[in-house]
Write a protein that binds this ligand. Structure first.
Ligand SMILES: C[S@@+](CC[C@H](N)C(=O)[O-])C[C@H]1O[C@@H](n2cnc3c(N)ncnc32)[C@H](O)[C@@H]1O
Length: 300
């Protein structure tokens, strides 16, 4: 299988730069360029110095391996783990109508004049979700943290291409003035989608109770160590033997005091003996024999 990167594999569908960090308070988003944005960021740094330190730390960590390298690692890993031609899936994604429609949705989001939160995830994490969904053909996908529907749209586009599967997404109520949760989700993809409004603390257990098994869980809600660990634990109990655990923000330090502690994703995977990898700021984990037998590996 040829995993070598094509020219297309080095650029992203929404034309973000190759060192794209999404717009989670970092370069890559509309509010992040120009003198006004610089002033806004400087103001934020003065008001929340701890957060500024964490942002700088994340930026330094992510700069260690460039996005292009991580994109190649992702393609190789998906090909190897799932026995698919991930480079072909990547090309399919890049050439899709969805990709063009999504890029146009992002432009509309940048032009949106009402209140808007930063936090839309980065292009590589979208691509990772698209490839994993195409490669593993999940029947039931659950995600937490939708914001304006960026990751949801990519999961739904891959499910549509598979011709099967459903996505259940949970997010808190939003300010009615800001873009809707489905802003970036093309209308024709919404039929496989159930959006649940509320706190995942309450809604995730209830949603999982209604499913006998889930095939993919994606976390991108509240990134405290406690909340991430709780979501992983809760979802993992319902994850099928071939299930995939996915998370965004796996390279962040959870607080200034936790700068030298591993991210909750890494800790969870190691504790449960899962095979895991990070690509840029996203993590993917698979069950191993240890976890499939319900054993928990000793924490270290
Ligand atoms: C980083 S954004 C999600 C980005 C999104 N996944 C994307 O692809 O662009 C985090 C989202 O998590 C939501 N959130 C935060 N705490 C939550 C909670 N306890 N339950 C559900 N959603 C939560 C926020 O409302 C916000 O929309």
């Amino acid at each position: 299988m040829d995993d070598s990167p094509t020219a297309a594999s080095l650029r992203s569908c929404d034309n973000q730069s190759s060192n794209d960090l999404g717009d989670a308070g970092l370069p890559g988003g509309r509010a992040q360029s120009g003198p006004r944005a610089a002033l806004r960021l400087a103001g934020k740094a003065v008001r929340h110095p701890g957060r500024a330190v964490l942002r700088l730390l994340l930026r330094a960590r992510l700069a260690r391996t460039g996005v292009a390298v991580d994109r190649m690692r992702l393609v190789s890993w998906v090909s190897e783990r799932f026995g698919v031609d991930a480079a072909a899936l990547q090309a399919e994604y890049r050439d899709s109508d969805f990709c063009r429609e999504y890029a146009s949705g992002r432009r509309k989001l940048w032009e949106f004049t009402g209140p808007q939160r930063l936090g839309t995830s980065d292009a590589l994490s979208h691509e990772a979700l698209y490839l994993v969904v195409r490669a593993t053909r999940p029947r039931v996908v659950v995600e937490t943290g939708v914001l304006y529907g960026s990751a949801s749209a990519h999961i739904l586009a891959a499910l549509a291409r598979n011709g099967e599967g459903e996505l259940f997404s949970i997010d808190l109520p939003r300010d009615p003035q800001e873009p809707a949760h489905d802003f970036l989700v093309p209308a024709e993809l919404r039929k496989r989608w159930t959006f649940v409004e509320g706190d995942s603390r309450r809604e995730l257990p209830a949603l999982l109770e209604r499913q006998s098994e889930i095939d993919l869980f994606h976390h991108d809600s509240l990134h405290t160590s406690q909340h991430m660990t709780w979501e992983f634990q809760t979802a993992f109990r319902r994850l099928g033997p071939q299930g995939v655990l996915s998370s965004h923000d796996v390279r962040i330090a959870h607080s200034v005091r936790e700068i030298f502690r591993p991210n909750a994703f890494q800790t969870f995977c190691e504790r449960h003996g899962l095979r895991w990898r990070t690509f840029h700021n996203s993590g993917l984990a698979l069950r191993t024999l240890v976890s499939a037998l319900g054993l928990v590996a000793p924490a270290f």
